[in-house]
Design a binder for this molecule. Structure first.
Ligand code: F6R
Length: 618
């Protein structure tokens, strides 16, 4: 959940650490900190801050007052935190020291046995200054190196001592140019530049400086110096590092002239969808997913699909289910990862499990995927991050090509997931020979037309903003949809909740009369997905039920659908599209609607309270 950076050999190492941390802030922003070895004094310089929404800014101000010439070309580490153990305060901010302030440590993940380790360390005289699980690492290294053991060997021994998931980096005052790192489950990437070496929890922090990148493997340790790095396994035996290829430009990770990342990312959705579809199907109805590395013969044996995910990715999974059932004509089920992983899994033979996660790191989805795989069924990970945990766990991987998503609330990654799930459902239909030639050509045409329709929808954003302005003061929203419209309703409600901090419930429209309709009264706002489909009349009957109880109804409708418009109070018009493809279009006005209401209420849309971009805790 946190962001880690390490740099050695750079001239202005401290300011470079802060710059890199600004690219990692989306991983957590409760606090930030850096530590750099001061060669001459033989000590470690540390700066930390825990300022709501402004920790990095605070650090930049403090660094401006410090004499940074003392630690040029030395090793430094930095961290941006999303609190798990211990409140978001300065004392809990990383880096953490050992008793003698000789070792500084930053860490992402959770040390599961930290209570036991801390109590043993305290019994042996160590004094702790934070409530974090991380601090045990600094004290363990202090003990390990006390009898002359090298830092490298001490870090290797941590792999045996620590339980849980972690990526960590540490420096020692006596080794001013070396950073030591280790990881298990949580990712860590190493980069080599001209005369410096870097490491980070995320490639986004490194691509500006270098594209010469390597992945630190699970249960491996790295010893990083300005002229290069070495990687060791659990036994301390040297290993060959694995290079990583990245296609992202640093510009893609910047705001590109928009007021915030969220509006930038909403406006990038046409490109995200276009790139995700690119080369994966053609007009004659053929699909091409060679990168999946699962052949059509294996896919043809699939009799059932189980999709698993969390949050917005779960909503994408619900859309995927409809597409698989309609096109591949096999049963598909969807499960929430945090529920699935704790149920006794009884996955039938010939089931394909698809784990969907934009980050590829969400703990619950990762463990659900891992457990499914241990049952011997075929698994696919769908993620936006090359080399992420899930991409390494599954039998096959499909990448959404949305580029880095910095806004905490998912927008372009969600649309890319929807498009990719449709490509995969279509591919599966091909493998199962479930569609005729003309059906295939028609569906491929619909999917390939999506980027154009997304562009047309985005061109209507002013209208969506205007409608939203009229509702920014209301506090009770209900989102309704049926079949493919229901996941759209769920996603719209989630966006409003997480960005505007307003209560928003989503229901399948037909479910309202089984209870929730009691809540409807004058002042209730009902947002209904009423794009034309075979269920349009039914949804309009549900609209009548809401209006009869005094609700104000806003409907997502097809453009120029005057009949629908005449039956509701306000409309969000979108281009017409076939029902299975409609979520890709229908979600957009609801993203903009939530964005506008959040802005009108004065919220930071990029960093909604209490949330983090990557959820690596349960
Ligand atoms: C909502 C949102 C979250 C994520 C969820 C899963 O806007 O972004 O609900 O969808 O935390 O994250 P991933 O897709 O990374 O597994």
């Amino acid at each position: 959940m946190c962001g880690i950076i390490g740099i050695t050999g750079a001239q202005s190492v401290a300011s470079q650490l802060l710059e890199a941390l600004s690219l990692l802030e989306y991983r957590g922003y409760d606090s930030a900190g850096i530590a750099v070895v001061e060669k001459e004094s033989g000590s470690i310089f540390r700066l930390r801050a825990a300022e709501q929404g402004g920790s990095l800014h605070h650090l930049i101000g403090s660094l401006g007052k410090a004499d940074t010439s003392r630690f040029e070309y030395c090793a430094g580490i930095g961290h941006t935190r999303w609190a798990t153990h211990g409140a978001p305060t300065t004392v809990n901010a990383h880096p953490h020291f050992d008793c003698g302030s000789s070792i500084a440590v930053v860490h992402n993940g959770i040390i599961e046995n930290h209570h036991q380790l801390a109590s043993d360390l305290r019994a042996r005289g160590h004094v702790f200054s934070s409530e974090t699980d991380t601090e045990v690492i600094a004290h363990l290294l202090e003990e390990e190196t006390a009898d002359g053991r090298t830092m490298k060997d001490a870090v290797v021994s941590l792999l045996t001592t620590l339980r849980g998931a972690f990526a960590l980096a540490c420096i020692h005052k006596d080794f001013p140019e070396t950073i030591y790192a280790a990881r298990r489950t949580s990712p860590l990437v190493i980069g080599m530049a001209d005369s410096s070496c870097l490491l980070a929890s995320d490639v986004a922090a490194l691509v500006e400086t270098t594209r010469n990148l390597f992945e630190l493997g699970d249960d491996q340790v790295a010893e990083v110096t300005p002229i290069g790095f070495k990687v060791y396994d659990q036994l301390g035996v040297e290993m060959t590092p694995k290079p990583i290829k990245v296609g992202w430009s640093i510009e893609a990770a910047r705001k590109g002239g928009f007021a915030d990342y969220m509006s930038k990312e909403i406006n990038e959705q046409q490109v995200a969808v276009a790139e995700t579809i690119l080369g994966r199907l053609n007009e004659s109805g053929d699909s091409e997913l060679e990168e999946l590395e699962i052949d059509e013969a294996s896919l043809s044996k699939v009799e059932k699909v189980l999709l698993v995910a969390c949050g917005s990715s779960y909503h994408a999974a619900l859309v995927g289910r409809h597409a698989i059932e309609a096109w591949a004509k096999i049963p598909a089920e969807v499960d929430i990862a945090s529920e699935m992983r704790y149920r006794p899994m009884r996955i039938q033979e010939n089931t394909l499990v698809i784990a969907i996660s934009q980050s590829g790191e969400t703990t619950d989805t990762y463990h659900a995927l891992k457990q499914a795989r241990s049952q011997g069924v075929l698994t696919i990970a769908m993620t936006n991050v090359v080399g992420s945990l899930m991409s390494r766990e599954a039998d096959g991987v499909l990448y959404t090509r949305a580029g880095p998503e910095i806004g905490v609330a998912s927008t372009k990654c969600h649309l890319a997931q929807l498009s990719l799930l449709e490509c995969l459902a279509f591919h599966l239909a091909g493998a199962k020979s479930a569609l005729s030639g003309s059906e295939k050509a028609a569906i491929a045409g619909d999917i390939m037309n999506l980027p154009k329709l997304v562009e047309k929808t985005l061109a209507r954003q002013d209208q969506y903003h205007k409608v939203a302005e009229r509702y920014s003061e209301f506090r009770d929203f209900y989102y309704l949809g049926r079949r493919s419209g229901f996941p759209i309703a769920l996603e719209g409600a989630l966006k409003l909740k997480e960005l505007a901090y307003v209560r928003a419930e989503a229901y399948p429209a037909g479910e309202m009369k089984h209870g929730p309709i009691s809540l409807i009264e004058p002042g209730s706002i009902v947002v209904v997905v009423a794009k034309r489909s075979s269920l349009w009349e039914k949804i309009m009957a549900n609209v009548e039920e809401m209006k009869a109880r005094g609700a104000t109804v806003i409907a997502v409708i097809d453009e120029d659908d005057e009949e629908s418009a005449s039956l509701v109070d306000d409309v969000l018009e979108t281009p017409a599209v076939t029902e299975i493809c409609s979520p890709v279009i229908g979600v957009i006005p609801l993203q903009t609607f939530a964005y506008s209401i959040a802005k009108a209420r004065g919220h930071d849309v990029d960093r909604p309270r209490n949330l983090a971009k990557v959820v690596t805790v349960e």
